[in-house]
Design a binder for this molecule. Structure first.
Ligand SMILES: Cc1cc2nc3c(=O)[nH]c(=O)nc-3n(C[C@H](O)[C@H](O)[C@H](O)COP(=O)(O)O)c2cc1C
Length: 210
């Protein structure tokens, strides 16, 4: 059962702030690249319900290197999540006939951002992003770089024009995060918001933590 089709197991709820939470099963592709901030990817995976949604994961070659540096225990996938080889085009989302509902590139390097912006599709991560854009599905990019050059900004402009969401890994501090994980979760909470999934990681502005 895919998002948007009528089915008794698929429904939407509205919270008191009239946010639409999509409880329909989603096919979610989490792509991890070689930018600093592997913990952003880990915390997103930790907060996706793999029983409710179909979770696919793909890593760029450089992601492995950064994960080795930044996640002492390695990357932990949720139960049932499918890890795909970046060099194999045998993944469902390599074709426009079977795109994910949403793809999140987290963290996203400037290199991958540039390649997506310019339509490079030489591995399955880039091809999937190309498919998601052309099929008008949701592409969320979580870049981590500072400062930005004009090249980066122009690539972001192109991606915004193509329909992508650019959600920089810029943590918020108004919730008074006390740990690195709580800082990271301020960004992951916004990603979950943009996926249309409920999140209780960070209280919303002017709301109390439950
Ligand atoms: C420890 C480490 C941290 C890095 N952090 C960043 C980063 O935050 N942002 C970025 O754009 N590139 C970063 N890089 C550089 C990318 O890994 C490099 O450009 C690589 O070619 C990106 O390949 P990919 O986009 O296929 O993952 C980092 C590299 C290393 C080794």
């Amino acid at each position: 059962m895919r998002k948007g089709k009528a089915d008794s197991s698929c429904f939407r709820i509205y919270d008191l702030r009239f946010t639409i939470y999509d409880l329909c099963p989603l096919k979610i592709l989490v792509a991890i690249t070689g930018a600093s901030g592997a913990l952003y990817a880990q915390r997103l995976l930790d907060n996706l319900d793999s029983h409710a949604h179909e979770i696919h994961v793909v890593l760029s070659n450089y992601a492995q290197q950064v994960i080795a540096e930044e996640l002492p225990g390695g990357l932990k996938l949720p139960p049932g999540a499918r890890l795909h080889n970046v060099k194999s085009m045998n993944a469902p989302f390599a074709s426009g006939s079977n795109p994910p509902d949403v793809m999140v590139v987290i963290p996203c390097t400037m290199g991958t951002m540039g390649r997506i912006a310019h339509g490079y599709s030489e591995d399955v991560l880039l091809r999937a992003a190309d498919v998601v854009l052309k099929e008008k599905k949701k592409l969320i990019l979580v870049p981590r770089e500072t400062p930005l050059s004009l090249v980066h900004v122009r690539n972001m402009e192109l991606l915004l024009q193509a329909g992508a969401t650019i959600l920089p890994a810029n943590p918020g501090f108004y919730s008074n995060p006390k740990t690195i994980q709580e800082v990271v979760d301020t960004v992951v909470a916004r990603v979950l918001d943009h996926l249309g999934l409920p999140q209780k990681l960070v209280p919303r502005w002017s709301e109390e933590r439950e």
